[in-house]
Design a binder for this molecule. Sequence first.
Ligand code: NAD
Length: 480
Amino acid sequence: MIFKNYINGEFRDAVDGEQLDVYCPSTGKIYAQVVSSSNKDVDLAVKSAGDAFETWSKIPMATRCKYLLDIANAIDDKAETLAKLESMDQGKPLSLATKVDIPRAASNFRFFAGAIAHHLEQSSVMDDQAINYSIREPVGIAGLISPWNLPIYLLSWKIAPAIACGNTCVAKCSELTPATANALCEIFAKVGLPKGVVNLVHGLGHKVGRAISAHPDIPLVSFTGSTETAIDIQKQAAPFFKKLSLELGGKNPNIVFADADFDLAVDEAVRSSFTNQGEICLCGSRILIEESIYDKFREAFVAKTRSLKTGDPSSENSDLGALVSAEHRDRVMSYIDKAKQLGGRILCGGTKPNLTGEFVNGYFIVPTIIEGLEQDCEVIQQEIFGPVVTLQSFKCEQEALKMANDVRYGLSASIWTSDSSRSHRFAAGLKAGIIWVNTWLKRDLKTPFGGYKASGVGREGGHYSIDFYTESKNICIAIK
Ligand code: NAD
């Protein structure tokens, strides 16, 4: 099987004929090849997107909406196949891909079809002197770069608003997880989306991703991925004054107060720590627990974590699958080793599971809990992006807030308390873009999504996405 570029409505080899192997994370075996493109392929995709823009940006909005709804329905129709591909390609449990990745991909297209149809602009009257009104237009060719952790969900989170607003795009998924991006292009072809509206170029980040960020004819880049890559993208884009949306890493705290619903806090802290093997930017990888319930919470949290099953992603019994690559597995393990060197206590996990048969060489790690680390150490400060969480205790609200904010990231946080005044007060003090109270991972697509500090720049979601994927101008008419 070879995953090819999708340019101008056709599946094509890379101009230089190069390819990369694609590995199945749960077996460690190569299961496909993906074309490895260069700036020559990006140039072809930009030409195709530029030609398509002339028509796509002018067709009636209702027609654009209809295409988005057709895509959403086609994703629903292929949901079972897509979930299997996503699980095989990424390593996640099939049950998770079925419940989260695929339905959320469909709902991205459905949501933005509705959002654009119901969008209303404002006007402003300046006493009896003038009337102002604003109009919007698509930006042009959108460069869309996505990561490997929620492949189809995050790619559709970019493609849907970009094309709903009348842009065309040149997209790039992670070279580690090309399968569902390829399937999405098959869906675009099947529903008859006009050629060149969406172009997908596969390949390595420093070649294809950089060619997109540095391309003079791409005025907008939406990127989801690591903070380090975003630094390079900003440098490449700077000379062209591109519009940038950067959705980056996190080191998100779960803050558990003594007055929380204890069982709910334990269950949800486990879910937020280990869903998708901890490979979600919103995972709560630091658990801050009020001192008076620390021992009780630790005992319950460790027991619940020990009951999780790690193994065959296609089995209904598996709570965790494999990490995305051998390289990433080794990186996560290096943080566990570092924690041991720093005097951290491994309360559970820290090893490979004992699996047999085809899964012996898969990239699995048993969910891992560490305590006894200092706030300023690397393991508490850096994003690990795997099934590894740290436990820390705090004495008072003020100390908890200081610890929660004391990292370079500021993506999300969850507060566990039954005191509603405290939840508002604490949320107001947190430096994070998304704050949950007594819940985790609920997403209303109308609300702003994005991070503070090194977790990102810009907000997407609802009208925030419409702002980003359009240029607006104000027209001021004198009435006197
Ligand atoms: P990554 O930064 O390595 O890669 C992301 C994408 O960028 C890939 O398609 C990659 O090929 C491409 N890329 C790599 N180098 C590039 C370059 N120099 N120029 C342009 N593109 C380049 O990230 P990853 O390892 O795929 O994903 C994990 C990271 O993504 C984690 O840090 C995670 O927190 C973050 N993430 C953030 C969000 C969010 O919404 N905030 C969501 C999911 C993942």
